[in-house]
Design a protein around this ligand. Structure first.
Ligand code: ZN
Ligand code: MN
Length: 256
């Protein structure tokens, strides 16, 4: 099998792929607490796995994931106070995304798919993409195109209804909860400790942010909803939807 990870290609192989119009997938991760039962790498592992599977279907390659994300926010990731959560300032992340896309574009990449795995990265990534596309245009490269997405948006309503028969509580509270735990059980069961799943959720947040977050504002475990009920089978349903629907979108946007 030809390697799908950019880091495993030689430079002539990379050059050939770019000349052939291969889309380049850039996973955006985070090094962030995900409760006592999951590793700090969840937001890297999941978008990388989705990008890898879609790239194999679409003839693309996967650039090395950005392993640090924008600062964890209390209502979507528990916040910065958990040991091990290691983040970038928004402008740092924007410039990292800019620099990576710009260099890829300078070396022939024209189709980019930025696959986000950490909510908080969204706007800094949008800024980085905008800066990179501007710089490439100034260099006379006018045909570069970027798709940016959150992989979890690509799921059929029927799948969510099957997983949450009482109604889906919403993606933000899903941090380290049923969806991420199920995907990790599918992809990296060696990194999951199901016996350590806490039961101090779900979080009850007001519809606003407080800085600093008062004590007790976030469940002590760092899990924002509930992880109980997670399974590799559910992870498989999710992964199938994510990969199928993202691959369709990539094919549509890039005409491949
Ligand atoms: Zn996460
Ligand atoms: Mn996250």
């Amino acid at each position: 099998m030809t390697p799908v990870f950019m880091a495993e290609l030689s430079w002539p192989e990379f050059e050939n792929k770019m000349e052939a119009g291969a889309p380049v997938f850039l996973p955006l991760g985070a090094t962030e607490q995900h409760g006592p039962h999951l590793p700090l790498s969840v937001d890297i592992v999941l978008p990388t796995a989705v990008a890898e599977a879609v790239a194999r279907q679409a003839g693309g390659i996967v650039a090395p994931a950005i392993p640090y994300g924008y600062k964890s926010q209390a209502r979507s990731g528990g916040g910065q106070s958990f040991p091990g959560t290691t983040s970038l300032a928004a402008h740092t992340l924007s410039l990292v995304v800019r620099d990576v896309l710009y260099d890829l574009g300078s070396h022939g990449a024209r189709r980019f798919v930025v696959v986000n795995g950490h909510c908080e990265n969204a706007w800094p990534a949008i800024e980085g993409i905008d800066l990179a596309m501007r710089e490439l245009r100034r260099d006379g490269i006018a045909d570069a195109k970027t798709m940016r997405l959150e992989y979890w948006d690509f799921v059929q309503p029927e799948t969510l209804a099957k997983i949450f028969p009482d109604g889906f509580p919403g993606i933000e509270l899903e941090h380290a909860s049923l969806l991420e735990t199920s995907l990790m059980l599918l992809l990296r069961p060696d990194l999951v400790s199901p016996e350590k799943m806490p039961d101090d959720g779900p979080a009850e947040f007001p519809p606003y942010d407080l800085t600093p977050m008062p004590d007790g504002g976030v469940p002590e475990s760092g899990v924002l909803a509930v992880a109980q009920g997670a399974s590799a089978e559910i992870g498989g349903w999710l992964m199938d939807d994510h990969v199928t629907l993202i691959a369709q979108a990539v094919r549509r946007e890039f005409g491949i």
